[in-house]
Design a protein around this ligand. Structure first.
Ligand SMILES: [Fe+2]
Length: 372
């Protein structure tokens, strides 16, 4: 406050008015060590008035030898989550809420609307007959369908009807709306890169006048056009996938076939990475996802990487030990592994795990590491 007041009087530059100096020789304590500490402290206080700080006092916490995450391992069991989300259906409509979502907050980051330092996660529910109105935003989103069948997400003119295990992409600034024309509630996991966008202070959003967008393509068009080993003439090369919905019906048989063929990674099981079919790169520049099948009795070897990862148990049951904490999971449970914490999966029965993280962003910046 003192500096701000001083600056207002002059030409905007810090005041050149001399600040009283501490004379070490005038100290009552004759100890040289005490004197230098006192002089340093007075100096720190003086520079603080100019909005400066000595790097040597914060170097160790600023440039750590290893990642120092604030996140904790955590799990949300679907039984609890579903009951609580269903309760919200009687409290607010999807239209009123715009999106009826309960945020999954990392217990070490309460109040920050994030499940890892860089990712938002939430459980969204849409009841029969409801519409979640069209909008778009700078943050990219994925949906991973947990429960229900027959609700749709319309993205950039394609209406994708969703089933459990489907992985739906809404890229940066893509218009999207949701509707449920089935007779059952539908629940899915939303993951967005909101904390990344907000870190850069680059958030934009807009609502549309019409609650639903006009659709020009049929359900499954983009997967058929771009995800079948061919590309339509004129397909643009972009850093985001043109596929709207990677259906479970298409992806599950692939990991099963890999597992039966013995193509099983000792850490991750039989695993595929969802890819942008035009470039082979990740589906989005900020987020990447994988699907793995673990054989019954699988005991994964420990692994860690710098991308904090959100997992969903799609089928089966087992546990993941993360840095001494054991997370027991079964169908539709969501759990999170913090960055650079060693983890190992165990599958009590044949299981399928979906995972998503900020790995593509870290790789683009050249900072991603793993240790097997
Ligand atoms: Fe949205």
């Amino acid at each position: 406050m003192a500096v701000a007041a001083t600056r207002k009087k002059g030409n905007g530059k810090p005041s050149s008015k001399p600040t009283p100096r501490t004379n070490p020789k005038s100290s009552a304590n004759p100890s040289p060590k005490h004197n230098i500490e006192a002089v340093r402290q007075a100096y720190y206080e003086r520079i603080a008035r100019h909005d400066m700080r000595p790097l040597w006092k914060v170097m160790d916490s600023l440039v750590t030898h290893e990642p120092a995450t604030r996140c904790k391992p955590a799990i949300w069991h679907f039984g609890d989550v579903k009951a609580l989300v269903m309760e919200s259906g009687s409290l607010i409509t999807a239209d009123e809420a715009k999106r009826r979502v309960l945020i999954l907050e990392n217990p070490a980051l309460r109040g920050e609307s994030r499940v890892t330092n860089t990712l938002f996660a939430g459980i969204q529910m849409i009841l029969p007959g409801e519409v979640a109105p069209a909008h778009r935003h700078a943050a990219a989103a994925i949906r991973f369908v947990l429960d229900g069948e027959g609700a749709y997400t319309a993205v950039e003119g394609e209406k994708a009807f969703m089933a459990p295990g489907d992985f739906v992409i809404t890229a940066n600034w893509a218009p999207h709306d949701h509707g449920n024309t089935s007779n059952k509630p539908m629940l899915w996991l939303d993951v967005l890169d909101v904390p990344v966008v907000n870190f850069y202070e680059a958030s934009f959003s807009e609502d549309f006048d019409d609650p639903t967008q006009e659709t020009k393509r049929q359900d499954g068009d983009s997967l058929s056009f771009y995800g079948s080993g061919v590309l339509p003439d004129g397909t643009a090369v972009t850093n985001r996938t043109p596929v709207i919905n990677y259906t479970y019906a298409r992806t599950r048989p692939i990991v099963e076939r890999m597992m039966r063929a013995g193509n099983i990674d000792k850490h991750h099981g039989a695993r595929v990475r969802y890819a942008n079919p035009v470039t082979g790169g990740p589906v989005l520049p900020t987020m990447g996802a994988q699907l793995a099948m673990l054989p019954k009795g699988f005991k994964g070897e420990p692994y860690r990487s710098t991308d904090g990862t959100i997992f969903v148990c799609v089928e089966g049951g087992g546990s993941t030990e993360v840095d001494g904490t054991v997370l027991e999971w079964r169908s539709n449970d969501v759990f999170v592994v913090p960055p650079w914490k060693r983890y190992a999966h165990r599958a009590a029965k044949e299981s399928v795990l979906f995972s998503i993280s900020d790995r593509p962003a870290q790789q683009a910046l050249g900072i991603w590491r793993e240790e097997a």
